[in-house]
Design a protein around this ligand. Sequence first.
Ligand code: NIG
Ligand code: FE
Length: 412
Amino acid sequence: MSLLFTHIKELLQTRPKSEVKVMGDAMKVLPHIKNAFLRVQGDTILDFGPMADLVIQETDEVIDVTGRIILPTWCDSHSHTVYAGDRSQEFVDRLNGLSYEDIAAKGGGILNSAQTLQNTTEDALFEQSMERVNALVQLGTGALEIKSGYGLNSEAELKMLRVIKTIKKNAPLKIKATFLGAHAVPKLFKSDKQAYIDLIINTMLPEIARQKLADFVDVFCEKGYFSVDDTEQILKAAAQYGLVPKIHVNQFNAFGGVKLGVQYKALSVDHLEILDQEDIEVLKHSDTIPVALPGCSFFLGIPYTPARKLIDAGMAVAIASDYNPGSAPSGNMNFIVSLACIKMNMTPEEAINAATLNGAYAMDISEQYGSIATAKKANLIITKKMTSYRQIPYHFGNNPIHQVMINGAFVK
Ligand code: NIG
Ligand code: FE
């Protein structure tokens, strides 16, 4: 099947396939072609360019998209989209004055979600989660990382990872799976955290590796959760199975998690609401990409990741949704792009780079996703009619999307 888009108002994020991330000042540039064409063959981008260069060839379908912008689909590199039930009661508790930490200390938070998930069947968990994933695709997400971490015992962690695998089979978009057994210390191990870490290392990791259920490993490295030492034990064990780290660090406190992540060659370090100068120095000299999660800052009312500082120091930054029932109950990447501009002072060009190519880099898929390049996957957002791509972040909360194409097929 071949398809030709003509008269594209702006074709965004056109880069050579060899460009796998965008760093520092280069993030201010969003390469694009005005009045463009784009040819898709099967699931792949065949070629593109200015309308003036279009050579007539036989094509199964021609679509005139006058007035519309085309860009690569969002690459959301950090989510907890597989979860059971919701935590709207805790949301109301927070509105009434409790903090996220207060709620967790009372046994709510992640432990609350874990209890619900343990009592939910695999089929029901799949159904709830798949519905969310389908909604995300409609909102323009074409690649999504999903974490475990609401199981907190071997059986339920494996159940979550199997659900992610089933989503991978059934959903059109690209999925990457991350094992986050160390998301919180379960109630049963409250007085013996090391025993839970041992369970992760000696039971969960080997089984997950044997069944090839995860691409990455994650740890919530935070006060009251897992220390730098705890995190190191898990990263060291995971390395034996070839699981690359993508870790939760510096959400509330900076105490060396970033440095540890870089030391263990983490693909990404995520959150970073609290960053010190040493973290910035360490990151600057590494291939680890910082990932900001502005939806979490927005929802919890905590500081935003100082993305400006990171970009101005020459680094690549990615943005992701963190979609989860506790700290970010929305996976709408269009809104995340808006928040990145409005709350982190990123320009529209920087935010779109951060949510496409750099997001793909943070999932290790940027050779196939995240930009418009010949031989990359035809994962495209076709926008409503608009005057410029700046309108995507500008009209916060609006849906800019007319149609989504994944692997060369329109999403129904
Ligand atoms: O990324 N911080 C740790 N994990 C999630 C929140 C999990 C939850 O509250 O359920 C996050 O914000
Ligand atoms: Fe998270």
